[in-house]
Design a protein around this ligand. Structure first.
Ligand code: FMN
Length: 183
């Protein structure tokens, strides 16, 4: 199996990170891979916001947890509390992808997030794509938060990827062969 196929088949969602910060080289490689992503008509409808300030990641975590704590359905909040209380698993780096909302932008941002995950895996890092990072952007204070995170005007949360050295790992998920039709 070549290295690309190996990374694709080995990647898994990591939910347990060491504190160890990423090196400059690792961040550069991840960012380069993000920017290499394809997008509809090469529109590149994203802004890639690399957050390595742990205090800022913790602030986002706390904001998201506060929203979940106030939700009518508390199951999400209870589930996260039961497994350590951190939505972002203590990851030392978040690649937040802001989207301009244009046609295909969510797909483009999703593809970019997979490039980031695969690049991270190939560098020996753990990663998890994290939709829940969007929670604070749908709550009170979202505009002020977007300014703080330097979202370009008119951009909204697209997706995020958490990155770091894995503290523990798990096997990749089973392939569901019934999801393929051959004609
Ligand atoms: C768009 C998207 C959003 C996701 N959001 C979260 C999330 O907020 N938190 C989380 O722990 N995992 C999240 N995941 C990871 C999925 O749960 C994971 O990919 C899935 O369970 C399959 O496991 P695997 O990635 O280990 O193969 C997300 C994945 C995708 C593609």
């Amino acid at each position: 199996m070549n290295e690309t196929l190996k990374s694709i088949s080995e990647r898994y969602s990591c939910r347990d990170f060491e504190d160890t910060p990423l090196t400059k080289e690792q961040i550069n490689a991840v960012v380069t891979s993000a920017l290499a992503s394809p997008s509809a008509v090469n529109r590149q409808p994203w802004q890639v916001i690399v957050i390595t300030d742990k205090a800022l990641i913790d602030e986002l975590d706390e904001r998201a947890m506060n929203v979940l704590a106030l939700a009518e359905d508390k199951s999400g909040y209870e589930r996260i509390k039961a497994r350590g209380g951190k939505i972002f698993y203590n990851a030392p780096c978040m690649v937040l992808v802001a989207s301009d909302g244009s046609n295909y932008a969510s797909m483009d941002c999703g593809i970019l997030s997979q490039n980031v995950s695969l690049a991270a895996h190939s560098l020996g890092l753990g990663s998890v794509i994290c939709g829940m990072a969007g929670i604070p952007f749908g709550a009170d204070g979202a505009d002020e938060l977007k300014k703080k995170l330097k979202f370009p005007e008119g951009y909204n949360f697209g997706i995020a990827v958490l990155l770091g050295k894995a503290k523990s790992s798990k096997p990749p998920h089973e392939h569901d062969l019934s999801k393929v039709t051959y004609l």
